[in-house]
Unconditional design. Structure first.
Length: 100
């Protein structure tokens, strides 16, 4: 089997996303594993929509490298959104001494 076959299966991306999110639970750095895991789950949805014909012809996913560009875009977007979320939580004022 070719690499293109495996990387065009939504099930592979779902498994990869779950494994990366589980690795984030063990690592807790929110730097690499969580954004890429979220992007892998998004990539699975994108590939499934493409294979169903829902996306139309504006996106072509014919080879393995075609799946990596949306993955990178979604990973960077997820990373920026997680950074904005965590920054907002840090700047919240609290009167409780036990809130860290």
């Amino acid at each position: 089997m070719e690499l293109s076959y495996w990387l065009l299966l939504p099930q592979v991306w779902i498994i990869l996303g779950i494994v990366l999110i589980a690795a984030e639970m063990l690592d807790t750095s929110t730097i690499f594993f969580l954004p890429v895991g979220i992007a892998a789950l998004g990539n699975a949805a994108l590939i499934a929509l493409y294979q169903n014909g829902t996306l139309g012809s504006w996106l072509e996913l014919e080879a393995w490298d075609d799946t990596l560009i949306p993955l990178a875009i979604m990973a960077v977007t997820a990373s920026l959104l997680l950074q904005l979320y965590s920054r907002g939580r840090r700047h919240r004022k609290s009167t409780d001494i036990n809130d860290y």
